[in-house]
Design a protein around this ligand. Sequence first.
Ligand SMILES: [Mg+2]
Length: 204
Amino acid sequence: MSRSPIPPIDPGTLAFDIDGVVADTMLVFVRLAHEKYGLTNLSKQDMLCYNLYDCLGLEKKVIDDLILLTLDEEHTKGIPPVPGAPEVLTELSAAAPLRFITARTGAVSIAQWMFSILPDVPRSKITVIASGSPESKLGILHQLGVRYFVEDRMETCIHLKEAGIEPLVFEQPWNRADPAPGFIRVRDWVQLKECLLPLGANLG
Ligand SMILES: [Mg+2]
């Protein structure tokens, strides 16, 4: 897979997607698939495309049900954070406000979740915006003056790049196989932290 080097990034020019970047949302999907449907062989590694209808070999109504459950208020509360995200975001908040743009239709429950995983960050430094669709992220990012956006959905990354916002593709099973050249890929939060100035320079 071709990788573009990650440039040093001013934290003030950065914003984040939530599901698949900060929130390990698909782990909830997998757990529910195990518990409710007995699909104990299913793992996140089976999610080789973003559109789960195309890669899991499950009935549409099962996937629909699992997605609805995963994103509902009760299960949103229990989403595990992606490893390293709370620590790096907490450090980052000292340098810049944290801005999150999700394609979810409502911001309330995922904003509460964000506050819960970032207990040491003042809420005034956390902005969560629900765009309602992946396509609507672009206009919001432009309005906010965002230059870099951390995102796991390749289609959104392509859309943003065409419009002049540099996506940092956060690696997940569903975007790993995508050969799109010229995209900056981020392996995990440790690597993401390394390219953030001044954090990378000061913190081990
Ligand atoms: Mg996402």
